[in-house]
Design a protein. Structure first.
Length: 87
């Protein structure tokens, strides 16, 4: 299972932090993951995930909105980006 498509895009295009409007990599329950990259000036975010319900891997580009979520194309589970809590 691959989970490096966004990483490869960042390296290939020499993307810097200042080029990003939003970028996150989060671990989810049951071994799931989600990574989102939104470049400044773009409306669609690059999203790569491993569904925590069925284990499906997928890369999609979807319209950016907050709160961000994406539906697994295999099982239909709505994958939400968990909030970061500050202490």
């Amino acid at each position: 299972m691959q989970f490096n498509r966004i990483e490869e895009f960042i390296r290939k295009n020499n993307i810097k932090l200042e080029d990003c409007q939003y970028h996150t990599l989060r671990s989810l329950e049951n071994g799931g993951k989600i990574r989102i990259l939104l470049l400044k000036g773009e409306e669609n975010a690059k999203c790569e995930y491993i569904c925590p319900k069925c284990g499906n891997y997928e890369y999609v580009e979807v319209r950016w909105r907050r709160p961000f979520s994406v539906r697994c194309s295999r099982c239909g589970f709505n994958i939400k980006v968990p909030r970061l809590y500050r202490r």
